[in-house]
Design a protein around this ligand. Structure first.
Ligand code: ADP
Ligand code: ZN
Length: 743
């Protein structure tokens, strides 16, 4: 991209002013530089000297958006005489103010150096993008200030609304580039980025408008009004699967398109979004721009630019789309808002759904959170009046919800070594006889979650993590699902050297596939798991096969729970409904209900009512009862009642400190030291240190401390104060997770 090279910066020191530049590096804040007065403005992307290197950064301004209770303190300013000048200004659109404020906010909230958050925003910015990207349009200077020669007149006559490059304009006007430069110097021409030609079509809000039911129409009207208000509001849109939530929020998207403003739609797993984008195309005539971390470099850069120039009007993406430079954001949608996949656990730890609400507030735009099973956080925000609540009450077109029944595994045990009870296999038989589809759901990849030595009781364990190795029989190996370690299945027990004594314990979906092949030899079976469907294309193809009835039985992990519409699916069998409930995580019950409700929602359409069978040993568990009675609300009220007294989220605030080191002794010692320095503040509780949920991960020994405060106390200043004087050795680390999803 063309840079404006600053002419002899050092000699012009007198006319230069101090500016702040945020660099994508782990500094506590922006650094000060010199730049000619009026040359750069907040948001401009510039190159600056740093030591002997050159870095790209963003001109920064004050952090007014960050609430005082978690804003970091600022550093004293460096003497202006010691400042270095910026090198050049990039010819790109500036980072919009709402994005800059969002970066400040997220950095302060998550206790992350702001530069690392900026890095997420400009990762796709490419200073080396090929020219030309700039062209000329009419400038602001008046004609009278310059003698107009015939050549100059021809240049002015050749200008249009769209910017033209120097060579293009010179050819069209039959003038030399010097004539153009002269006009530019006089202010009669102005440089402007040339629109990218990438295929970002313009969605047509009236391409195919749906006929909404009365219920849907009234919700759509409210959402359109929220868009028309052109200011921040937060809405929870709740409705059972198939009630038309997507249909209705697309009407809000249409309204925003009519205003010519931009829209961000966040989905929990963008790789699985082909059905969504196809549906978008049916409604609006073109595909939306897509954004996720696997996007190729060129496409990534094009999309970033198209967003920054306002040319991509709708972006559907993963949580990282939050950091795109929308100049005119008019609406944010978060679909499946309850999904924990919105939580980023690596690097900068943040919750995409919560940060979408912050992003909307700072852009002064409405946000709509969408779910059939809203998170307790969002329900609590409805209750406290922070979010408005809109509900769709029935499935569209008279479709009824599937009937959910328990299969008590104590009363109906499978045959020895098998995992499907006779009740379930008979139901599948009947479904297949009727030429309908059935699905088996088990949220566990591989063949068996545990490999045990029958002779000595030894269990095959990951050398790097406190986790069992999962057998993947198709790939003929054992794998750790946490660190990726793999090893061949040994012939002898590594502990007692017994031969042939290692046996698989428990099922993964490969084992269910094996059992199903034997039990339903004529059925066409398709496996859907993240490791069998490597790419979005493979996923799209699998979905196509299912929709075209080329499959009789689907066996899948949580991928199948996403918002697919499988029109011929009438039976869902949950192989192990109890699976998510172990482990002592307070949120496990909520998550299990949400996941299984979502899985159940795949079954049944208007023409063919659905049925769901839950294999469980815990029939009396509130989770199972909630699913059978389809009373999500009653269940969530019980959840709320359990969490409220102890100030567990969302009724209090929580932060996790994950202390890790390469030896257990070092981890214990560091965790103990941190625990001993814990602040003594009324109402604030410190839990732990205790082994972290994965006590060993990738060879690091992990301990966890939880900091819990009532809602009216922010955790950030407490943490900042607590950890201020902490010294850690090089192999020791303290990671902060604000609002951890597991607790
Ligand atoms: P949800 O997002 O709540 O699961 P969808 O918006 O996906 O519901 O709607 C479920 C199905 O019903 C989709 O196939 C959708 O096209 C269809 N549908 C919903 N509302 C309408 C409508 N008003 N007119 C036509 N089809 C509709
Ligand atoms: Zn591992």
């Amino acid at each position: 991209m063309a840079d404006t090279i600053l002419d002899k910066p050092e000699r012009q020191r007198e006319t230069q002013t101090r500016i702040s530049v945020l660099l994508p590096l782990p500094f506590p804040g922006p650094l000060d530089y010199l730049a000619p007065a009026d040359m750069v403005h907040p948001g401009d992307i510039v190159t600056v000297p740093l030591g002997r290197r050159e870095e790209i950064g963003c001109v920064w301004d004050t952090q007014s958006a960050v609430p005082a209770d978690f804003a970091p303190s600022t550093e004293p300013a460096i003497d202006i005489k010691r400042l270095r000048a910026i090198r050049s200004k990039q010819a790109s659109t500036p980072l919009p103010q709402s994005l800059r404020r969002f970066i400040d906010w997220l950095a302060a909230y998550t206790l992350t150096p702001p530069g690392l958050v900026l890095a997420m925003a400009i990762r796709a910015y490419n200073a080396q993008a090929p020219r030309p990207h700039l062209g000329w349009v009419r400038g602001d200077a008046a004609l009278a200030d310059l003698r107009i020669t015939p050549a100059r007149q021809r240049v002015l006559d050749s200008l249009g609304n769209a910017p033209r490059t120097t060579s293009d304009l010179a050819a069209a006007a039959d003038a030399s580039p010097a004539v153009i430069r002269g006009l530019a110097a006089a202010g009669m021409l102005r440089e402007m980025p040339i629109p990218v030609s990438a295929p970002f079509g313009t969605p047509d809000p009236n391409f195919r408008t749906p006929h909404l039911s009365d219920d849907q129409e009234s919700v759509a009207t409210e959402l359109r009004d929220a868009v028309d208000a052109r200011k921040y509001s937060a809405t929870l849109l709740e409705g059972v699967t198939g009630s038309g939530k997507t249909e209705v929020y697309l009407e809000a998207v249409a309204e925003c398109l009519r205003q010519g403003r931009q829209i961000m739609v966040l989905l929990p797993e963008i790789a699985l979004s082909s059905q969504w984008t196809d549906r978008f195309a049916r409604r609006f005539g073109v595909q939306p721009a897509i954004w996720h971390s696997d996007l190729g470099g060129k496409r990534r850069h094009e999309t970033w630019r198209a967003v920054s120039l306002g040319q991509a009007s709708v972006v559907v993406g993963a949580r990282s789309a939050l950091f795109l430079p929308f100049p005119d954001l008019g609406l944010i949608i978060v679909d499946e808002e309850h999904e924990t996949a919105f939580k980023q656990e690596d690097g900068v730890t943040y919750h995409g759904r919560d940060m979408a609400v912050v992003r909307a507030r700072l852009a002064n735009a409405p946000v709509v959170l969408v779910s059939a099973t809203p998170s307790l956080e969002s329900l609590a925000n409805v209750e406290s009046g922070r979010y408005r609540h809109l509900t769709l009450h029935a499935r569209h077109g008279g479709a009824v919800l599937p009937e959910v029944a328990l299969v008590d595994m104590r009363a109906h045990p499978p045959e020895r070594g098998l995992f499907l009870s006779p009740v379930l296999t008979e139901a599948i038989d009947q479904t297949l006889e009727r030429k309908e589809q059935a699905m088996l759901f088990l949220n566990r990849r591989g063949y068996a979650p545990l490999t045990l030595c029958r002779a000595c009781g030894y269990r095959m364990e990951c050398p790097n993590c406190s986790a069992w190795l999962v057998e993947h029989r198709a790939r003929r190996l054992l794998a750790c699902h946490h660190c990726g370690h793999t090893e061949p299945l040994p012939d002898l027990c590594p502990n007692c050297q017994a031969e042939g004594s290692l046996v698989p314990i428990g099922p993964g979906i490969e084992r269910i596939l094996e059992e199903s092949r034997a039990r339903f030899p004529d059925a066409r079976i398709l496996v859907m798991a993240s490791d069998t469907l490597g790419s979005p294309q493979a996923t799209a193809e699998a979905v196509r096969q299912i929709s075209h009835r080329e499959v009789d039985l689907i066996i899948g992990t949580q991928i199948v729970a996403k918002g697919w519409h499988f029109p011929h699916l009438t039976l869902v069998g949950v192989v192990d409904a109890d699976l998510g409930l172990g482990g002592g995580d307070l949120r496990a019950a909520e998550r299990t209900v949400q996941l299984l409700h979502q899985v159940a929602g795949r079954a049944g359409r208007a023409e063919a009512p659905g049925r769901v069978l839950l294999q469980s040993y815990l029939g009396e568990h509130p989770v199972m009862q909630a699913l059978v009675s389809n009373d999500y609300r009653a269940f969530m009220e019980q959840e709320a009642a359990q969490r409220r007294p102890g100030f567990w989220p969302p009724y209090g605030r929580l932060a996790a400190l994950i202390v890790s080191a390469t030896t257990p002794e070092a981890a214990d010692a560091l965790a103990r030291t941190i625990g001993e320095h814990a602040p003594q503040i009324p109402g604030v509780q410190i839990l732990g240190p205790a082994p972290a949920p994965l006590a060993i991960l990738r060879g690091r020994h992990r301990r966890r401390l939880l900091l819990r405060t009532p809602r009216n106390l922010a955790v950030q200043p407490i943490l900042r104060h607590w950890l201020a004087g902490l010294r850690t050795a090089s192999q020791e680390r303290v990671d902060i997770d604000i609002d951890p999803v597991s607790f």
